[in-house]
Design a protein around this ligand. Structure first.
Ligand code: ADP
Length: 335
């Protein structure tokens, strides 16, 4: 009896006080998530391979709000991205998730872009993944990464009209990822050597993914198909067996890179500089203009970064460089 009285006392707040507390709890419900940049294609893995980096990456904050609207409150780090929630990939992926689960909730979203749009570093995938990962945690939906993948892909599809998983999948799952098939989607995580370092250079020019796709041949020759399959298989085998030489000689793309390098004025000099400074190999990241190279020590990775930067500058291009091991975790909650 006494216990019951005490419990009653505990909740014996006035209506306004109760409202204030509820409001406070509600207003404080927010989450901040980091999702990494990714390198896709990885030489011979056109549209089917990608890996995650430790940096750069997008940060997205999602907070519960009153009402049922999804709103973008602020976008930092880019002036050209849409505030319309169904056009911005970060919120389009969230909308896809909430719709399918029939969840009606108000959300305020803040986006911090830490990489260039159209940089070839999976900028849109990072936003898409950060959005769905944040909402899953915030609403405690307990969806698996495979379930989230569908919505992250939908986000990209809704806002850009294309469906490619080679940035979204490594961003979400972390590590090195092979997309063995798109229909049905079959994503395989690939082991990689522990001592693999990646140096990325982002020369400051923008390449539209649509343009980088448009210039590709619609058909490929049988010889090129065979060479590409050989190299893609060689790269996977080299990664799994820690065979750096095999990785090195497999990193040649017969489909996209021969065309796309024409869009990157510093392509040849950057590649030569990387190889001369000990790179395992050097290719375009995604649809460019970023390029990446693997190396086997931090020291090499740093030297390669300076050499690549200098080479880009020799063609009049300013750039940013990033050094990272392969990121095995994917998105994380941050303070
Ligand atoms: P990246 O390879 O760097 O992701 P893409 O060209 O694939 O570059 O994607 C960028 C496209 O997606 C641009 O047209 C951009 O306006 C659109 N977009 C919409 N929302 C976002 C977002 N939150 N982050 C990045 N790009 C976005």
């Amino acid at each position: 009896m006494q216990r019951r009285v005490r419990r009653k006392e505990k909740f014996n707040f006035g209506i306004n006080e109760r409202k204030r507390i509820l409001k406070k709890i509600f207003m404080e419900k927010k989450i901040k998530v980091f999702a990494p940049a990714t390198v896709s294609n990885v030489g011979p893995g056109f549209d089917i391979m990608g890996f995650a980096l430790n940096q750069p990456g997008d940060v997205i904050e999602v907070a519960l709000s009153k009402g049922k609207e999804i709103r973008i409150k602020k976008i930092y780090g880019s002036r050209n991205l849409p505030y319309n929630p169904s056009k911005n990939i970060a919120t389009a992926s969230i909308i896809s998730l909430l719709r399918l689960r029939n969840i009606k909730v108000g959300l305020d979203v803040v986006i911090r872009k830490n990489m260039g749009i159209g940089s070839g570093l999976g900028s849109s995938a990072a936003s898409s993944v950060a959005g769905v990962f944040a909402v899953n945690k915030l609403l405690d939906l307990k969806l698996s990464k495979s379930e989230l993948l569908v919505h992250a892909l939908n986000g990209e599809l809704i806002s850009s009209g294309t469906l490619h998983a080679d940035n979204v999948a490594p961003c979400l799952f972390g590590g090195f990822v092979l997309i063995r098939s798109y229909d049905p989607l079959d994503i395989i995580k690939i082991d990689y050597p522990e001592n693999l370092f990646c140096t990325v250079i982002y020369p400051h020019i923008e390449i539209k993914t649509s343009e980088a796709r448009r210039i590709l041949d619609k058909k490929i020759t049988r010889d090129n198909a065979i060479a590409q399959a050989g190299n893609a298989s060689g790269l996977i085998a080299g990664l799994i067996t820690n065979d750096i030489d095999l990785i090195s000689r497999s990193m040649k793309d017969y489909i996209a890179e021969p065309k796309r390098k024409e869009l990157i004025p510093c392509y040849d000099v950057v590649r030569i500089a990387a190889l001369a400074n000990g790179a395992v190999n050097c290719n375009i990241s995604g649809s460019g203009p970023s390029m990446f190279s693997f190396s086997t020590s931090l020291e090499d990775a740093r030297r390669i970064a300076s050499a690549m930067k200098e080479a880009a500058l020799s063609k009049g291009l300013r750039s940013e460089t990033f050094i990272s091991k392969i990121n095995s975790r994917g998105p994380v909650i941050i303070k």
